[in-house]
Design a protein around this ligand. Structure first.
Ligand SMILES: [Zn+2]
Ligand SMILES: [Zn+2]
Length: 328
């Protein structure tokens, strides 16, 4: 499907600034009409060109007419997302942010913040599974408290032994695990936290103007990751309730999942694939919170130029670059 402007026929996209469907050709708001296509999903519904698709692509841009195409088969039926967070940051907003953040990184290559390069940024809806768990955790252990005092020449030691038992019901909501092979898991973990209170029911309109993927693997296949997070948090909760002992002997614990629920969601990420001297420097920007994950490439030639002329300034600026790298 595509969204076509009823006033001018242009391709209507979702605007994070206006929080509405917007026609960039005639400036109309909410003028989009859904146009569905039947037949070969590779054919652009607007210009009839053959659009290259990857196995999991669910939304893309036609390379001939620039229309944003959403593939019905890959956002409907078993692939229909339950929930999504629409982009809150547009390409222009992210460009501005990148410039503010890295303007002082004078060792970055000159084109790193150039208009042409930043325009290659791609807004991607990443498929996620969100897991809810209703968990019971039982724990048994032995705790000791030791008290030592002296009376005259005699030292007394008093050891109190406690039986520690815990029986806790814990509810976990929306533990995320990304279902995209393309997105590195560690990067997606760093993109967290998303504000899940802003999740809303899926609507294909939000995909217009962006790219997207359907889930690459079923929820069961990656559930280990969510369960790992759940168990880690359960242990943290448990140990926060066991304090004040000199020593604790763990005699056994058991985490039982009483019920669970899985939902399929799409989360927004801007991807800036910057290349410098045959090396990739991918940047990822959370499309909801604008959290940036990536590493600034450093141009050695530039460092050398500054080093040869302005040593004092160089050291000061190096310290600044350090701060920047740890911030992101
Ligand atoms: Zn229009
Ligand atoms: Zn086209």
């Amino acid at each position: 499907m595509i969204f076509q402007c009823k006033n001018c026929g242009g391709n209507v996209i979702y605007s994070p600034e206006k929080k509405k469907m917007y026609c960039p050709y005639c400036d109309s708001l909410d003028s989009g009409q859904r146009k569905d296509t039947e037949g070969d999903i590779h054919i652009c519904p607007n210009c009839g060109g053959e659009v290259p698709l990857e196995e999991h692509t669910s939304a893309t841009q036609c390379p001939y007419c620039d229309n944003y195409i959403i593939l019905n088969e890959r956002v409907e039926g078993e692939y229909a997302p339950d929930l999504m967070i629409p982009f809150q940051y547009s390409r222009d907003m992210v460009k501005k942010l990148m410039r503010e953040k890295f303007a002082k990184s004078i060792f970055a290559p000159t084109d790193f913040l150039s208009e042409v390069m930043l325009d290659t940024m791609e807004g991607d809806y990443v498929p996620f599974w969100l897991y809810d768990y209703d968990v019971n955790c039982q724990y048994q252990g032995e705790g000791r408290k030791v008290r030592v005092w002296t009376n005259g020449d005699t030292e007394y030691t008093e050891t109190s032994i406690y039986d520690i038992r815990r029986d806790m019901d814990i509810q976990f909501e929306k533990i995320p695990a990304d279902a995209s092979l393309r997105m590195p898991d560690e990067v997606m973990d760093l993109m967290e936290p998303y504000r899940y209170d802003q999740l809303q029911p899926f609507a294909p309109e939000f995909l217009s103007g962006f790219k997207g993927e359907r889930y690459n693997m079923p929820a069961e296949q990656i559930e280990d990751r969510a369960q790992g997070k759940m168990e880690e948090d359960t242990h943290k909760l448990l140990s926060s309730t066991i304090t004040g002992y000199s020593s604790v002997l763990n005699q056994g614990h058991n985490i039982r999942i009483n019920s669970s629920q899985t939902r399929y969601g799409l989360l927004p990420v801007w991807v800036y694939s910057y290349q410098y001297k045959d090396q990739n420097y991918p940047f990822y920007i959370n499309g909801q919170t604008a959290k940036i994950v990536g590493k600034v490439p450093i141009s050695k030639a530039k460092v050398w130029v500054y080093g040869a002329t302005l040593w004092a300034v160089l050291t000061a600026i190096l310290a600044l670059v350090d701060v920047m790298l740890t911030m992101i």
